[in-house]
Write a protein that binds this ligand. Structure first.
Ligand code: SF4
Ligand code: F3S
Ligand code: FES
Length: 255
């Protein structure tokens, strides 16, 4: 007899189901390799996540399967992939959520493909951080001033900054954004969340005129078409809609 568990969605499910994983396989480093779908079957266990299933596939069926993970706890942001059409974290997604037992996995679009389900979000995030100079600018300096990091801060402000600091740079918001697909240099929601965070921080002396130089065009906040895929898919439930609308209003007021 199966061992029923109640999932996040309230769907009763248990171990013993045969899950079918349809996974995109492609190694761009391998001469002549072409993208194809490959199906693996896995016996479901209680509390199984996509991450656990992928590990089982790699250990028992195909050691060449590529995917990324570090923390297994929704913290590092490295296990993002498209799960049945929706960008999400593999380590936080229960297989029990998929009642028909059919699960299709694709790599996150908009990032350089390393192989199979592994993409290079690090390169994208580094370029984004350099573009918005993702560090505190103090006292007329473009360099980080470590002394001001020690200054006292109002607890409410610290809380508001912390709320935006919860971004784990997983790339789900970028992959869910239609504008990013059409406009290669579009900064994207993760960049806007970082800008909103630094704009809020009173230790950063950049003005709205300075921010306008960075996000005041169609590759910045004016390119956003309010598609809201970012807000729908962010595993940290960051307030994309509110923050992007706020930034847009502020940038309109600059000119
Ligand atoms: Fe991931 Fe949300 Fe950060 Fe985007 S804003 S990178 S979806 S945590
Ligand atoms: Fe893209 Fe989010 Fe704007 S999905 S278009 S950045 S609202
Ligand atoms: Fe770190 Fe999933 S492995 S967020």
């Amino acid at each position: 007899m199966s061992d029923p568990v109640t999932t996040q969605t309230g769907t009763p499910s248990g171990k013993g189901r045969r899950l079918k994983f349809h996974i995109l396989r492609f190694n761009p480093q391998l001469p002549g390799d072409t993208p194809r779908m490959q199906t693996f079957e896995v016996e479901e266990q209680s509390g199984m996540t996509i991450f656990i299933a992928l590990n089982e596939i790699r250990e028992r069926q195909d050691p060449s399967l590529q995917f990324d993970f570090v923390c297994r706890a929704g913290i590092c942001g490295s296990c993002g992939m498209v799960i049945n059409g929706r960008p999400d974290l593999a380590c936080r997604t229960l297989t029990a959520k998929f009642t028909d037992g059919e699960i299709t996995l694709l790599p996150l679009p908009a990032f350089e493909l390393i192989g199979d389900l592994s993409v290079n979000t690090g390169k994208f995030m580094r370029e984004m951080s350099e573009r918005i100079e993702s560090w505190i600018h103090g006292e007329g300096s473009k360099e980080c001033n470590y002394n001001i990091l020690e200054e006292r801060m109002d607890p409410d402000l610290a809380e508001a900054i912390y709320e935006l600091d919860r971004c784990i740079e997983c790339g789900c918001c970028i992959s869910a954004c239609g504008t990013k697909r059409m406009r290669e240099d579009f900064l994207g929601a993760v960049g806007f969340m970082h800008v909103a965070r630094f704009r809020l921080d009173t230790r950063d002396n950049r003005t709205d005129d300075d921010w306008y130089e960075i996000i005041g065009d169609d590759d910045g906040v004016f390119g956003c078409m309010s598609l809201m895929g970012c807000e729908d898919t962010c595993p940290k439930d960051l307030p994309h809609q509110t923050q992007i609308a706020f930034l847009r209003r502020k940038m309109v007021m600059v000119k």
